[in-house]
Design a protein around this ligand. Structure first.
Ligand SMILES: [Fe+2]
Ligand SMILES: [Fe+2]
Length: 142
């Protein structure tokens, strides 16, 4: 099984609240993996998937709010990537609700690749933009 391990070197976007949210998403994926390996009841798996979906969704909204508030040029491109995960989760949710563990494995495999690609490129670009914007505002104010 693939490892969900957040490291600053690989995944840091250097915006503390975004990094904390990413770390939580990785932790929730690990909890789900652990539950799948053991004899966890379907209800527990469903509740872990739900927790992961809620936190992912809140995180996407948070980034999207920040992009809108700061007039970020790549907003549509970035949001589209979030939308890909939302669609994937919606499609798999039906199977997951009926107790299909393969669907949960499929979700984790998808998220493993997606999180690594998205955080390392797309979120890092946003992090650099937000940090630079903050520097500009500070420079202007001083
Ligand atoms: Fe993002
Ligand atoms: Fe993110």
């Amino acid at each position: 099984m693939r490892k969900f391990e957040w490291t600053e070197q690989q995944h840091g976007v250097f915006i503390p609240e975004i990094d904390r949210e990413h770390q939580l998403i990785f932790t929730l994926c690990r909890n789900l993996q652990r539950a799948l390996r053991g004899p966890a009841p379907t209800e527990q798996i469903r509740s872990l998937v739900n927790e992961l979906a809620v936190h992912s969704s809140e995180h996407f909204w948070h980034e999207e709010r920040q992009m809108r508030a700061t007039g970020y040029s790549f907003y549509a491109w970035h949001k589209q990537q979030h939308h890909t995960v939302r669609s994937k989760m919606t499609v798999l949710e039906v199977r997951i609700r009926s107790g299909d563990r393969d669907a949960v494995c499929e979700l984790l495999a998808f998220l493993h690749g997606w999180l690594n690609d998205h955080i390392r490129v797309t979120d890092r670009m946003l992090g650099a933009y937000l940090r630079n914007r903050q520097r500009e505002l500070t420079a202007r104010a001083s």
